[in-house]
Design a protein around this ligand. Structure first.
Ligand code: BEZ
Ligand code: FE
Length: 299
């Protein structure tokens, strides 16, 4: 490429960056100017053809057309680029031994049913019973009583209740930690499932030889006064998808031992399971102070 061509490209980038110089909001100015620099650098690096540009516009248009209040294809796009996980990483800096955060995903629903301590949130979702127990503490090791613990997961066919044809609620609920910070409940053993892949994002994964499967996981959101809200999952040690989760959500510290119990092993709460196999897992949750998050106490 001639020096003159390089100069023309560079000057165009600089003119566009300068067009945002008068942005009254300094943060908006910073974001728009950095975005311009990175977008222009990308176009110049790959020498984007006009046909590729058209293709990209058609892809984004299709992504928009599929998006409505129930299906968010743009978030899915961000997820498979690891942009959602990078945003989580930037905003949840490690603080002492606080439990690490991971992606939220699209399947959380407000107003989940409350379950009592030791209750079963599986409802009629098919899957092997899984006893989940642990404690909520702060980073000084003090128990956190009354923490609101939201839990949601896919059934063993890979579907969340919101993907069922009817309005049933299953495999989701919330409970509160007890006076000593402890909690326990029944769920089902998580199994792998694909992210929605019947739209543009699925086409992109297919074209690039990537799988839509997520490593098996159980979602948690834990909230307590004065502490940083934690959005996370636990993953199943030994799951073969751990190193190729389609949304890059796995962190080593979140991989837990799900221990299968031989049929006939008495359940911790005396639940009559007959000869049904069941599994148990322990998850001790450590919450960082709210002030340790960007934006401090407001989170
Ligand atoms: C989930 O874990 O529920 C999820 C996360 C990102 C994209 C799709 C699903
Ligand atoms: Fe999920």
């Amino acid at each position: 490429m001639s020096t003159e061509q390089q100069l023309r490209e560079q000057q165009l980038t600089e003119r566009v960056v300068a067009s945002f110089d008068g942005t009254p909001d300094p943060r908006l100015k910073e974001v728009m100017q950095a975005l311009t620099r990175h977008l222009h650098a990308f176009v110049r690096e790959v020498r984007l053809t006009e046909a590729e540009w058209q293709r990209a516009i058609a892809f984004l248009t299709a992504t928009g057309h599929l998006t409505d209040h129930r299906r968010q294809e743009f978030i899915l796009l961000s997820d498979v680029f690891g942009v959602s996980m990078q945003t989580v990483t930037v905003n949840n800096e490690a603080y002492r031994d606080a439990t690490e955060a991971t992606v939220f995903g699209p399947f959380f629903v407000e107003n989940s049913p409350e379950i009592p301590p030791g209750g079963d949130l599986a409802g009629d979702a098919p899957g092997q019973p899984c006893w989940v127990e642990g404690t909520v503490t702060d980073t000084d090791g003090e128990p956190v009583p009354g923490a609101r613990i939201e839990v949601w997961e896919a059934d063993d066919a890979g579907f969340y209740d919101v993907q069922y044809d009817d309005e049933r609620t299953a495999a989701r609920g919330h409970l509160f930690s007890g006076p000593d910070g402890s909690f326990r409940f029944w769920a089902i053993v998580p199994t792998p499932y694909p992210i929605p892949h019947d739209g543009p994002v699925g086409t992109l994964l297919e074209a690039t030889g990537r799988s839509p499967l997520r490593a098996s996981h159980l979602h948690f959101m834990v909230e307590a006064e004065g502490l940083r809200t934690l959005v996370t999952h636990i993953f199943v040690r030994g799951d073969e998808l751990l190193d190729r989760d389609s949304v890059f959500g796995v962190r080593d510290s979140l991989i837990k031992d799900f221990e299968p119990q031989p049929p006939g092993t008495p359940a911790p709460d005396g639940r009559g399971l007959g000869d049904r196999p069941w599994t148990r897992v322990r998850f001790d949750i450590v919450l960082a102070p709210a002030t340790s998050a960007p934006g401090g106490e407001t989170r």
